[in-house]
Design a protein around this ligand. Structure first.
Ligand code: COI
Length: 353
């Protein structure tokens, strides 16, 4: 395997207060970087002090958006042990995304070793306040400088770490959501199913407009402005009288890790989870008839984020009177307890450092 060199910082930073972390505002002392060049393979793998990257201004990441990332978390359990939540899932998804974006994915040993060595170097940064974790951002970019449109022959893989609290300023409180009918996040055949930076770029305008109108995020619909795809940066679940529905993966929805964990958990409890197409019209009808009990988003950052209001065509529709529902609470508690090690892990989600 490519050897990983380590240079530790001579100027460790002060730790931020663990009750004021927010999301993605602080970065640890170190980062992991590895480089790839066609014909040469992976080289210069190192843990080094957190610092700017030097890139050719013609690098394909800047011009043609060859960028892909993962979001994952590490925790310090009560026993003192440091654990990762489903790192293999993130590695596999990174490889799928790299293939779609014509980037080189790092070999699995390099990904896992780089991750372990980095978290070991920065272990004092793992926060242990309620609802905190060490968020991990593995990233892959096209780094070759050229201007013809083609895949980059060079890739940089890096990992940065950020101690985090709640993703939303609302914390675990239900959020207000705007059903978006102008902009699309993704379309069939596009990049929606992979964690490309481009999907987030395409989401910003609608998210900003929603925020200006007093809504925390948007509910993403398909090209027909009917099929529900995602909510904000998350997958979405609807709890109804007879079934719990999450949109079936249709090629433009990201297969979220937490989405998979929630499905696995619900199945283990024999709850009627169904992956199928669900439209905004159906959701509004089920709110009107009282059949829709709860709705929530799922993602690595927030884990579970209840939806209190959906705005659709000029009207606000309350869900569960704008309160957090029992199933949202149950799923949040179950997953976060397994992450913190206060509950057994029957699903093998946890990997020790
Ligand atoms: C997540 O929900 O984990 C995300 O992917 C959000 C992230 C882009 C901040």
């Amino acid at each position: 395997m490519t050897k990983i060199n380590t240079t530790l910082t001579k100027n460790p930073k002060n730790l931020p207060p663990s009750d004021k972390l927010g999301f993605g505002q602080y970065f640890t002392d170190h980062m992991f970087v590895a480089k790839y060049r066609e014909g040469q393979g992976w080289y210069d793998a190192e843990i080094l002090p957190y610092s700017p990257l030097a890139l050719d201004p013609a690098a394909s990441v800047f011009h043609y958006g060859q960028a892909l990332f993962e979001g994952m978390k590490a925790f310090r359990q009560d026993s003192g042990e440091i654990v990762f939540f489903r790192p293999e899932f993130n590695y596999d998804r990174l490889c799928e995304g790299a293939a779609r974006l014509c980037l080189e994915a790092p070999p699995k040993e390099l990904f896992m070793e780089g991750l372990k060595k980095l978290v070991e170097a920065d272990e004092r940064w793992i926060p242990n306040g309620p609802n905190t974790s060490l968020y991990i951002r593995p990233t892959l970019i096209g780094s070759e400088g050229f201007l013809g449109v083609r895949p980059s022959h060079e890739t940089i893989f890096f990992i940065i770490l950020s101690p985090v609290g709640s993703y939303y300023a609302e914390g675990a409180k239900p959020v207000r959501i705007w059903a978006e009918e102008t902009y699309l996040r993704a379309a069939p055949g596009g990049l929606g199913a992979v964690k490309a930076g481009a999907n987030y770029a395409s989401s910003l305008k609608a998210a900003l407009a929603a925020r200006q109108k007093g809504y925390a995020q948007v509910l993403w619909l398909d090209v027909e402005h009917q099929g529900i795809e995602e909510v904000g940066t998350m997958n979405v679940f609807f709890v109804m009288d007879k079934e719990i529905v999450t949109p079936a993966l249709n090629g433009s929805i990201l297969a979220g890790g937490t989405r998979g964990s929630v499905i696995q958990y619900l199945k283990s409890k024999n709850l009627p989870i169904v992956e199928r197409k669900i439209t905004i019209t159906e959701v509004i009808e089920k709110i009107k008839s009282g059949e829709l009990k709860e709705a929530f988003g799922t993602g690595t950052a927030a884990v579970v984020s209840p939806i209190g209001v959906i705005h659709y065509q000029g009207k606000d529709w309350d869900i569960n009177k704008g309160e957090t529902g029992p199933l949202s609470t149950q799923i949040f508690t179950e997953i976060t307890s397994i992450q913190r090690g206060t509950k057994a892990d029957p699903f093998n989600w946890i990997t020790k450092l």
